[in-house]
Design a protein around this ligand. Structure first.
Ligand code: NOJ
Length: 560
């Protein structure tokens, strides 16, 4: 973490204290009644997002696509899929978001394209085609790579033999997603052009997809004999980004051990990714929740490498993929499965879960709120996946990862207010039964001050008044209760202490608010009341209770 923050830093390193919200346009809101969410629908919901309080919108892939991997299989880097709208509408969305103080980042898929991309169509035509070297080909029979496949239910090798030339192409993901040859300077040039194009249209940065596979790609350069250095590539993109705008940010999907993550931040030089998702912290959070013991989370946070002051972790509880538990030991993963997804249909690929948080926590409102409060209190930048703010559930009958990609539930009306189309025409069916729109929807919750939506909104607004959590020095405060996590984040003499009870039973802890008796006091930011004076404050927490305390000089009413 960093100390000595100056106002000049806070004015442009916006990602350090952002609240990110991720959505897929096709499942957010359908404005023309064809059953598919679109940019017109999103444009109408920007004020909703502003009202919720988020400050950064991450748009999942919106590019032209045959849609065999939910848009992560694109056929054109420079366009918008016609089902979603037009480039003009996208610019309007970005412009409107900016007007409401929201930055917008795009998913950037550079590891692969769809096999229908014109480059691949050309590449597979002959070994001498001008685009042959845009992808990774080998002429010799590949070894057994069944251990390396990402989707074991669909693939058994990361190489596919192509009839036309009798050679094999690399595909770390599905066989319809050939990997780009990132050691080819022409491909790198094109990627920079793509980045430059979207920056020019107004994007503030990118969520960079599948970074570990760039490394994998390097190991599998096939017969090209060329070598990919993923760090060199990141540095190239980053310096280009800096030259073009200076303020834009790259948030990497890097589910790798800490040491490798540190390298993708660029180490001391900090010249690669500015942000990375904290996959290890996320998985440790679920283990901690399952055990009702803060220990695993504390360990994960303490083991996080120190990163440059300009860099940041993105914390999250859910994303659009399976909830991966791949960084836990087999035994730990089994514990989380047993607690939160015991049935085989709730699990995926043996490494993750198909469920959303509320169903995993048995719908217990106290525990759900505590989990979000905990995630928002961790050092880093909190990231929400659409629907989390209202506690949407999943559709376990949907195929694989589609279980958590169901339409946004706006109201109790037809199709949850997502679309006026007949249900059979929807891009995906709305969650049925207990978590369906009649029980879980935005409109009802916005009118209810006690709803999860109202709670998340408040949490966001409080989080935004606590720059300590994005910028500060983080410590765990010792106390004897393993189920309780007491954290302190401080910067420039200002501190926030958060206290979370991961257990179901009430507990009382002594929190050292003013250990040196320096005349400090604490204010409860949720209840807006003074809770203490004196070196140690006794805090009584309900089961799954939590507190956010701002530490200030006693009587200093200017500090909220
Ligand atoms: C990672 C994305 O999160 C996932 O949804 C996608 O299938 C793969 N990359 C392939 O692009």
């Amino acid at each position: 973490m960093c100390d000595g923050v100056r106002i000049t830093d806070t004015s442009d390193l916006w990602w350090k204290s952002a609240v990110i919200y991720c959505l897929d346009i096709e499942t957010f809101h359908d404005s023309d009644g064809d059953g598919i969410g679109d940019l017109g629908g999103l444009a109408r919901r920007i004020d909703y997002l502003a009202e919720l309080g988020i400050t950064c919108l991450w748009l999942m892939p919106f590019y032209p696509t045959p849609d065999r991997d939910d848009g992560y299989d694109l056929t054109d880097f420079y366009g918008v899929d016609p089902r979603l709208g037009t480039l003009g509408q996208l610019v309007e969305v970005i412009r409107t978001a900016h007007d409401r103080g929201i930055n917008v980042i795009a998913d950037l898929v550079i590891n692969h394209t769809s096999d229908r991309h014109p480059w691949f169509q050309a590449s597979r035509r002959s070994t001498s085609n001008r685009y042959r070297e845009h992808y990774v080909w080998r002429s010799t029979e590949p070894p057994d790579t069944s251990e390396l496949v990402v989707f074991p239910d669909r693939e058994d090798s990361i190489w596919e033999r192509d009839e036309r030339t009798g050679e094999w192409y690399l595909h770390n993901f599905y066989k319809h997603q050939p990997d780009l040859n990132l050691s080819n300077p022409e491909v790198v040039d094109e990627i920079l052009r793509v980045v430059g194009f979207w920056l020019e249209l107004g994007f503030d940065g990118f969520r960079v997809d599948g970074i570990p596979f760039l490394e994998q790609n390097a190991k599998n350069a096939g017969d090209t004999g060329l070598e990919v250095d993923p760090h060199e590539l990141m540095r190239t993109i980053r310096s280009f980004l800096n030259r073009r705008t200076g303020w834009s940010m790259m948030l990497g999907e890097v589910n790798l051990p800490h040491e490798q993550q540190l390298a993708f931040f660029g180490g001391d030089a900090a010249d690669e990714l500015q942000m990375q998702f904290d996959f290890i912290g996320m998985q440790a959070t679920y283990l901690a929740l399952a055990r009702e013991d803060a220990g695993p989370l504390v360990t994960a946070l303490q083991e996080r490498p120190t990163i440059d002051a300009t860099c940041q972790w993105a914390t999250f509880l859910r994303n659009h993929d399976e909830l991966t538990l791949d960084k836990l030991t087999d035994g730990e993963r089994e514990e989380v499965f047993a607690a939160f997804g015991p049935e085989p249909e709730m699990q995926l690929y043996g490494r993750g879960l198909k469920r959303r948080l509320p169903t995993m926590l048995g719908g217990d409102p106290r525990r759900i709120r505590m989990a979000y409060s905990l995630m928002f209190s961790l050092p880093g930048t909190p990231t929400l996946y659409y629907g989390e703010e209202i506690g949407m559930g999943e559709d376990l009958e949907a195929d694989g990862r589609m279980a958590v990609r169901t339409p946004m539930q706006w109201s109790a009306g037809r199709n949850g207010g997502f679309s006026s189309a007949i249900p059979s025409r929807l891009v995906q069916r709305v969650v049925p039964d207990g978590y369906g729109p009649e029980h879980v929807n935005v409109v009802d919750q916005m009118h209810d001050p006690d709803s999860l939506w109202s709670f998340i909104r408040k949490l966001i607004s409080i989080r935004r008044t606590c720059p300590e959590l994005g910028w500060g020095t983080w410590t765990v405060l010792d106390q004897p209760e393993p189920r309780v996590l007491v954290q302190r984040c401080s910067v420039e003499g200002s501190a926030v202490i958060t206290v979370h009870n991961l257990g179901a039973d009430p507990v009382t802890v002594d929190v050292p608010v003013d250990p040196d008796d320096a005349g400090l006091e604490a204010v409860d930011l949720m209840a807006e009341e003074l809770v203490t004076g004196g070196p140690t404050t006794r805090i009584a927490l309900e089961g799954y209770g939590f507190r956010w305390l701002r530490v200030r000089p006693a009587g200093d009413l200017a500090i909220p």
